[in-house]
Design a protein around this ligand. Sequence first.
Ligand code: ZN
Length: 455
Amino acid sequence: MPTLRIHRWLALVAAPALALLADVAVGAPSGASAGPANVLLLTVDTLRADRLSGYGYSRRTSPHIDRLMAAGVRFDQARTVEPLTGPAMTSMLTGLHPHEHGATRNGLPMRPGLPSLARTLDAHGWATAAFVGTWPLRHRLSGLGEHFQTYEEVLTRRRWFGLVRQEANADDVNERALAWLEANAGRRRPFFLWAHYVEPHAPYVFHGEQAARLGLGKGASADKSDRYDTEIAFVDAAIGELLAWLEARPALARSTMVVLTSDHGESLGEHGDWGHGRTLYEPALRIPLGVTWPDRLAPRTVAAPASLRDVAATVLGLLGLPPLPAGRGYDWSGVLEGRRPEPAGRETRHQAHRGAFLGRGDAREARRNGLLAVARLRGGIKEMLLLPSSRRRVFDLRSDPAEQGRAAEPADAATAELAEWLAAVELGLAAAADGPGAQVDAESAEQLRALGYLD
Ligand SMILES: [Zn+2]
């Protein structure tokens, strides 16, 4: 028996949680899967890539996410399309830009009936389920529920016989997701499960146990940035528990592709800004993105820029399923499998809109008049157009990653590509104005406000 086989066998019977994924991925990908693979899609709200230890952060915030990504393909340059939850997650699942799917702001639902990753998998026999732990992803606000066979909003936990309602957290999302996996995983049909965790979204809860592990001391910290880190450590531990469940089932783990990413980043004081949604600077755009599939993908990192919009196309490409209609994200499967070089000169495009539509006024007007900025990025050069002033900002991220750079230039200096991108977005917004109306109830509006979203 070759050494690798013995090693693999040992890993199967004796490896502790998480070591398994790393071990079986050491060998060259077999290229052949026993059958259709499962897909476990994990999204972590508001997670900046550069706050993960695996992306170089000095604190060990994310040991479980790090090990997961080290066992597969990790994108070093992934960005969201729009730094808002509802729009971003809709783009991830449809491959469309926000002005194309119509969910440009939290509270404005996407157009009904659009093709998506979940719908395609459903049509090919997958059991599909989503467990979402944040208000903007409620079906009535996002329209996402119609894409899944099971769509569960894990929003509040009840304690003391239901007398006390608290915000749900990553443990609650896990509890519901694991119950579904227990009932559905390893059955005749492959599964697609999407779990969306709300941490580390504001208000940055302080997690004492994690703070001690990070060397921050046990006393509650007033430092928002430190608290943000303890939130990451908390959600990382929960993800570790979900992965441990998978790895305790070796056959299932080998045939399950795990995708981990975020909806957007977070500004932690850069450019005088806290939060996300209104600017397109790097802290809000950069997200982690990793694809781990022990039987098929050898560990590697990808340097070329990727978009959150590429997730659906890439998963379908890896599974060998028909793609979404043309132009809906880039299929990285050939790169991930080592059949193709990384694409040269890839351009990503981005947009920012007002934070949330809280149900006051006309949803059509809210779509049409919510645009705050557009940006494009190619070859390390990032161009941004701020609206309504039409101030243009240009940064060379290779020499100026903090975007301190050059002074604003007049709008008429905008490159043809940037002007073209703005025109496409504005045209799409005009067309999307006849999209579905908003269904923002009073409780949702209150919760969106509590999350820091302004009308
Ligand atoms: Zn979010």
